[in-house]
Every structure is written in C-alpha cells, then in structure tokens.
Design a protein around this ligand. Structure first.
Ligand SMILES: [Zn+2]
Length: 180
C-alpha cells in the first residue's frame, strides 16, 4: 500500500462514500460475499483471464473497510489487537500461496460473521477482527506479489466518489440496476 495512504484513511474515505448505501442495503454476511465475489474475479486474473487485478484487489479492500465501518471496527487499531494470531500472515512465499491464504481467510471471516450475527457474542466479534485483519494482510501481500500500489489504485477508483454511480456519496450500493 502506498506510503501516503494508510489503511485508516482508506477506511475513513470508504465511510464517507458508502456508509449510507451500506446501511441501506447490506448485512455483514453480504459484505463478505462481496469480498469473495471480487476475490473470485481476482483469481480469474491470475489465470490470465483479465488485466483488472488492481481493480478487483481494491474492491476487496473497499468491502473489507465497509464491513469494518458497519461493525464499528477501527482497522488501524487492529495491529495491536491481542486477538491476532502469533504467526505473521504475510509470510507467503509465492503469489499462489498468498492467493490461497487470502481466500481462506475471507471464508473464515464469513463463517465468523455468521456466528456473530446469529449470537451477538463478542467472542465472535473478536474473531471477525482477527480474520478481517488477516485477510487484509493477505490482500496486501497479493498486491505486493503483483507489484500493485493499492494507494494509487484507490485514488483512481474512489478519488471522485463511488466508481459505479459516480456520486460523492454512493447512491447505488453496487446493486444491479433492476433492484435499486
Ligand atoms: Zn454508487
């Protein structure tokens, strides 16, 4: 990630553009599904199917921030969280390993989100913080292997607001037009 763009500033920008739309349209489970959807498209890129890996990675990170905003999780504080695993999640030795780890952590995030919304148990909220942080670390690792500057791509996508409806405060929520 670009040195001039921190995860916190990414999260705050995401909140300004998308909180209204996210509050209207999205439950946490759906937001993880959005992460997984763009992750799947990213896998297509790694198979040579597309050249939009930078966009898909940025969208995974954007939905990670959206989930954090919805659940009132401050991503910048997670680096000091006692709930993180002791192993360094960014030690993948290859792009394939980083991609597999990224997908696994998003899936575990989804499972934990489902447990949390079913129980409201803070143990599961702590699990969400762990897997959200780990999945973001893997997302950044994949970006590094692909030599993608997520800060630059973020500015390109979100500099003027929502990249889909182009409003400074998103009015589309990334929903298909027929259900808006
Ligand atoms: Zn929009």
């Amino acid at each position: 990630m670009s040195r001039r763009l921190t995860l916190g500033s990414f999260q705050r920008r995401n909140a300004r553009i998308f909180t209204q739309a996210n509050d209207r349209h999205y439950c946490p489970e759906w937001m993880v599904l959005k992460m997984y959807r763009f992750y799947s498209k990213l896998l297509g890129c790694s198979l040579g199917g597309s050249v939009r890996a930078d966009y898909y990675l940025t969208m995974v990170l954007s939905w990670s921030c959206g989930l954090a905003n919805t659940l009132h999780i401050n991503l910048e504080r997670l680096g000091n969280s006692p709930y993180l695993p002791t192993e360094n999640p960014t030690t993948s030795s290859s792009l394939n390993e980083a991609l597999l780890s990224m997908g696994g952590s998003i899936a575990e995030l989804g499972e934990t989100v489902t447990f949390f919304t079913g129980t409201n148990n803070t143990v599961f909220l702590n699990g969400i913080k762990t897997y959200l942080f780990v999945s973001i670390m893997h997302t950044c690792a994949v970006a590094q292997f692909l030599d993608i500057d997520l800060g630059d791509e973020f500015r390109k996508c979100f500099g003027k607001g929502c990249p889909k409806c182009h409003f400074p405060i998103c009015d589309c929520g990334f929903l298909p037009a027929k259900v808006m």
